[in-house]
Design a protein around this ligand. Sequence first.
Ligand code: R1P
Ligand code: URA
Length: 290
Amino acid sequence: MPIPESELIINRDGSVYHLNLLPDHISDTIITVGDPERVPLISQHFDSIETQIHKREFVTHVGYYKGKRLTVISTGMGTDNIDILINELDALVNIDFVTREARPLEERIALRIVRVGTSGALQADIPVGSHLVTEHAVGLDSLMQFYPLVETGLEVEVATGIQQSLDLSYRPYCVRGTDLLREQLGAGMIVGNTLTCPGFYGPQGRVLRLDLRQPDLISRFQNFRHQSAEGEFRLTNFEMETAGYYALGRMLGHEVVSLNAIVANRATGEFATNAEVAVNDLIMKTLDRI
Ligand code: R1P
Ligand code: URA
């Protein structure tokens, strides 16, 4: 059955609705960033840039790095944008835009998607300026209320434990990322478990003029532990997108990894004076490993 025009929206020039990209703009490996200004920070290292496109917060540069074709896309902030990003990227490679039919299962294309982002550390032993690769992502956002994500026993246990320790009315979701990509791109980085929050202030325990419903939210995040045969699980850092990537990547069959430059530490109260350096170093590591 063709997918109706209202569900898969294709612009007049044949590009997908929000990303504004054509199937030909998509390389096998895609680097994604939150901040649109981080896209040229990456493409400035390219041998050549063949295409630059933007719509809303989605800025895309396509080019070559040391002879390898790469697409770099910014997403803006939050898992609602990751829902758009991953569904539209998947449509670009796995749905025929003329017939509006999905590729047969045996012909599905798996993308490699590498998020290069910033994040706040929850634990005192994760220094600002360091790089952290996400093993498990826990989503406090509502995206997975709408998809049939299948979680392992351990993932459900962790998510249920976090629900109880935060006294939440809904169960968060927990997803372990793709091991191979994490080992390849995250070599030498701190391996962590990332909490994806539906906001930067209250949901990350920051108080400016509004009080929190749970004044001790940060220490609940910091003190959460889950023991299993695989060892002790703790939350290491938080940001606003990774769990959406890991969950949608699993369901659609794409390999995804989240690399994080730690710019703040909520245990020590520091913000990195060298945040730009940490982000630039992470960009160079990513480009050279990809
Ligand atoms: C908040 O400042 C933003 O920074 C982090 C968070 O996930 C959120 O998007 O990531 P990026 O630096 O990739 O945007
Ligand atoms: N991004 C976040 O979402 N939180 C932080 O503390 C730092 C970066």
